[in-house]
Design a protein. Sequence first.
Length: 507
Amino acid sequence: MNKGKVYLVGAGPGDYGLITLKGLDCIAKADIIIYDRLVNRDLLKNAKPGCEFIYVGKKSSNHIMAQDKINETIAESAAMGKVVIRLKGGDPYVFGRGGEEAEVLYDQGIDFEVVPGVTSSIGGLAYAGIPVTHRDFASSFHVVTGHAKKDDSLDINWESLAREKGTVVFLMGIGNIKHITKMLVSHGRDPKTPVAFVSNATNYRQRTVKTSLEDAYDCVQREGIKAPSLFVVGGVVSLSDKLGFYERKPLFGKTVMVTRTRKKNSELRQKISELGGKTFELPTIDIQDKKDIGKTLIERLESKRYSHIALTSHNSVDIFFKNLVKEGYDFRKLAGIKIASVGSATSRAIRRYGFLPDIESSQSTGQDLAGLILKDIGSGGFVSPSVLFPCSEIASRVMEEVMVSGQVDLDRVDLYTNTVNMAIKDELLEILKKEDIDYITFTSSSTVKYLVEILGDDKGLIRDIKKVSIGSITSQTIRDLGFELDIESDQASIDSMVSAILDDVIG
């Protein structure tokens, strides 16, 4: 039997964006992912359907699985002919025991590759504004494990390390900080040397605390510094006030729950992340294309010459064009038909398929778009105007009502089903109970209704969280369900929603 293959992949220090492209490719093709505690769980969402996840997280003095058992699990998984990803925080070969795991695979004749990752000893410190080298402070750096062996010893040449004028970075050293600082000072390192602790490096909980070498142990007790934390010794620490960009970001430390479909989450997640915030993606909506919808669309398009096509959501755009492409439709036949869009996000989706919207509503309502279409029709030039409206099966009937009132023919085509995603309930409740969520974003009435339905008797968990709406109809749904609306976006776009959150934070 084929023994499969193992990829030892570094996931980086925590920030979702700090994994390599090759690392993401490995996750996407994995049959089994064996991952550690410090891996960003959002990375696992890139796995294919049916992928098996095995958690082997390690916390000081509390190992879910011993290293020997981890080695055995990796090898046994590969022996079943599977593509196995051993996903580790940081880099597999920097105090990640990746070398030991690779040796086991070699000894058993199992094919493997190593995908390096950004180590926290460099990347984590960079996010705190601390370069490990600098011409004015350090021409070298040492990375040292602060974690004791089984006999409680640290196998370190303290005399050599203390005399080193460069930067010294300790990983996993918080539990031994008293011993580490004592040995450095007693072997000649200046007790006034600047030091820093960087906890939860590169994620929204990051915290940087600076002090001197002689005060380091007392600082840990005084500030309540816990693992995972980096401990860095050297003059480069003094640069953090100038170079520390991450903790200065406007949304740093803020948490945002996103309720739209997972495919559409990425843009909002990226924008929040760029501003220093953390998103929790809980797609309340499950979307499925209607059977043979491509054939249905072609039948409609070939049975009548439409003057306009109205597209009111990103999902409608994707399903409309994707299914026409699948059926081999000749898009030249759409020449002369005007495309009307709700919001900038929908318009961007249309442009990705090579079309330019002729009409764009800035409001997130079909009524507003219908009014703009009627105005365009009223400007003249249409012999027998009619509108094709591809949409969700639960889309509002207001578009049809407005067109009827304007004596314009409208053909509605339900493209997809839109149902509640109950599969997220356990994860949703866990996050709401463990995390302090600052904002929940709602991009449609469905996201509001479905979130409340999923929560059921636990809906009180979101009562004190600020609710952000993309527009007036969604806002009204929030109120109708008994919640207070905190923020309404000026326009029906992700950019406008993010700006509204920023304004709220800045005040």
